[in-house]
Design a protein around this ligand. Structure first.
Ligand SMILES: NC(=O)c1ccc[n+]([C@@H]2O[C@H](COP(=O)([O-])OP(=O)(O)OC[C@H]3O[C@@H](n4cnc5c(N)ncnc54)[C@H](OP(=O)(O)O)[C@@H]3O)[C@@H](O)[C@H]2O)c1
Length: 344
């Protein structure tokens, strides 16, 4: 008989795009679960979800939902985390949170296991999962930071609609069909911002992800700036970001220009990335092989390619980084952290 410790686990936001992937991973990785509690808003309470062949009824998340829970995975928006995670912690749970609620809190570790796994042990009940576009970038840049040091990053993103939740996926599919049939597109969801103004996403590119800040950047762009410094443990790294939503369902792509502190050898960079945990190098221009969202979707890794030296600045390097935003960008990163906790 196995002596493996089993855990009471809650998934908050179990009916959402990220929650669905968390459940797939907990099942496929055979996570050591004693009791599983599936939580959502009142809208989905009563819905039945099958996990490992057993039917579970989704319940409305309340402060009392966490009695006896040991690990709580949150992906139900920042307000829900702010309202409920402190109750979960009071009940003794470790919370792994996919939202923006506690990421920059100084008492909350912001963790990408391939980059700063050691920070997990500093938690005081909550561990934050970084923003999806930040996770895939830092996972690919970590080996370069360790070997050469990083001075500056300029990133432009091409982000999938699933990053804005299941309603945004429906919106892209609906608009695409309407547009092809010559019907009204009627934008209702994107961009997710502070104004009621909405834009078409089908056959378009929207240079706004999340609300605009006073400095002219969007919140998504500022998340990339702040979170990169915190995860990489270096406030001196200069980061500037432009985040764009494109009509792709799964998989964020990023054009990343990085200035290294020391001279580099391009072949060595390729080898470092080929050897990096959780990173797959796809860089064969002669055969037109490079990372693609369609290839990355459904896979846990971060894919890197199109590596080339800047033509003007010797220590400048261009890269193309692609990953499934719902997996490494959210659910897989969270489950990796949960697995680490489960192993003590
Ligand atoms: N999508 C990504 O790539 C990604 C990546 C990283 C982080 N995140 C973050 O993860 C969170 C969820 O994203 P998502 O894409 O999964 O969104 P989603 O598809 O819209 O799902 C939202 C989930 O939250 C639940 N929820 C909403 N309001 C609630 C409330 N008041 N109480 C309890 N549960 C509530 C929903 O339940 P109902 O079914 O009842 O509505 C649903 O299960 C967001 O904070 C997002 O920023 C997303």
């Amino acid at each position: 008989m196995s002596n493996q410790r089993l855990f009471n686990v809650a998934v908050v936001g179990a009916t959402g795009a990220v929650g669905e992937q968390i459940l797939h991973l907990l099942e496929s990785r055979n996570f050591p679960i004693k009791q599983l509690k599936l939580l959502s808003s009142a809208r989905s309470a009563g819905k039945i979800i099958t996990f490992k062949g057993q039917e579970h009824t989704v319940e409305e998340a309340t402060p009392d939902s966490f009695k006896g829970i040991e690990i709580a995975l949150f992906s139900a928006g920042g307000d829900v985390t702010k309202a409920l995670a402190p109750h979960a912690v009071e009940h003794g749970a470790v919370c792994i949170d996919n939202t923006n609620a506690f990421r920059m809190d100084e008492n909350t570790p912001l963790v990408v296991p391939e980059v700063n796994l050691e920070k997990i042990s500093e938690h005081k009940g909550i561990i934050a999962n970084p923003n999806c576009s930040t996770i895939q970038m830092v996972a690919a840049l970590k080996p370069l930071q360790d070997r050469y040091g990083i001075a500056r990053i300029i990133v432009s993103t091409y982000q999938a609609v699933s990053g804005a939740g299941s309603l945004a996926i429906d919106e892209l599919l609906r608009q695409t069909t309407a547009s092809l049939n010559g019907e009204e597109v009627n934008p209702a969801i994107l961009p997710v911002g502070s104004l009621p103004v909405k834009h078409q996403i089908a056959f378009n590119a929207i240079p706004q992800i999340d609300k605009f800040q006073d400095n002219g950047y969007t919140l998504e762009e500022m998340k990339m700036v702040r979170e990169t410094k915190k995860i990489m443990g270096d406030e001196s790294i200069q980061v500037t970001a432009t985040c764009v939503r494109i009509p792709v369902v799964y998989g964020h792509s990023e054009s990343v220009y990085v200035e290294l502190k020391n001279d580099y050898d391009l072949e060595e960079v390729k080898q470092l990335l080929a050897d990096a945990p959780g990173v797959t190098l796809v860089d064969d221009p002669a055969n037109q092989q490079y990372p693609l969202a369609t290839e990355a979707a459904g896979k846990p890794d971060v894919f890197v390619g199109r590596l080339r030296r800047d033509l003007g600045f010797e220590r400048g390097l261009n890269m193309w980084i692609v990953s499934d935003n719902l997996l490494k960008g959210a659910a897989w990163n969270a489950v990796q952290i949960a697995e680490h906790i489960s192993k003590g």
